[in-house]
Ligand binder design. Sequence first.
Ligand code: PLP
Length: 284
Amino acid sequence: MPGLAYLNGRFLALEDATVSIEDRGFQFGDGVYEVIRVYRGAPFRLHDHFLRFERSARAIALPCPLSAAEWETAIRDGIARSQCGEGKVYVQLTRGAAPREHLFPSATRPTLVMTFREMAGPDASQRRGVGAVTLPDLRWARCSIKSLNLLPNLLARQAANEAGAFEAILVRDGVVTEGAASNVCLVNDGGLVTPSLNDQLLAGVTRAVVLDLAGQLGIAVDERAVREEELPRADEIFLIGTTIEVLPVVRLNGAPVGAGTPGAVTRAIAEAFRRCVLSETGRA
Ligand SMILES: Cc1ncc(COP(=O)(O)O)c(C=O)c1O
């Protein structure tokens, strides 16, 4: 299916959806976004994404133009219209179009854009494990906001890619924050260790699901500051995120993680995640 777009309340073909060159999202990155996974027509954890979207918007003093019910209706409508099966919904809210001026415009309508696209999950090779490299976290001090300003994330991911790795694991002052587009979890002695939530990382929707599932499986969870030097000593490492789900990291900076294959705890979490998707969407 060709992608579908939503622009300020109207659905239209992706190629017909355009916004002003004076949009503050384009000029300043003045906005926030969400990405929601669709499993054969059903959005996963839609309300959790709404709550974070609203929180991000509030954090940059941008009123959210949709109620939770309106958001859900628009997204379900878009999925149905696009006949999106396995896919993702991208939602972006900006402070709207106005002459370029740092101060907030006084009477500008925010721009709300969504796209609905087909997307396959991680491929078989990725599910068998990916490589990661550690890189300095060069981002700002409010990474808990899902803001449009992703330049340091892009640079880190590009550097990781050029080093032959899938993801960059970011480190600030010797402490692991998250991946450039994912949360990070270590496994030690059968339990999970993951950076606790603070302004330096995103409260991942998938992270919350995974920590719940770990509890249900009787796997201990330790949320705390994780030092960089703990990474190469970890029994297992995995990445968590909406589009990647649960991905084992089997190489870190070129060296094997644990046995260099997906560990038993990572596999159990990935399987529990798959079952959770199945039970919540009726499909997996
Ligand atoms: C920087 C960052 N951290 C964490 C995540 C994972 O968040 P979620 O599970 O809500 O997709 C993402 C997702 O794209 C991300 O970009």
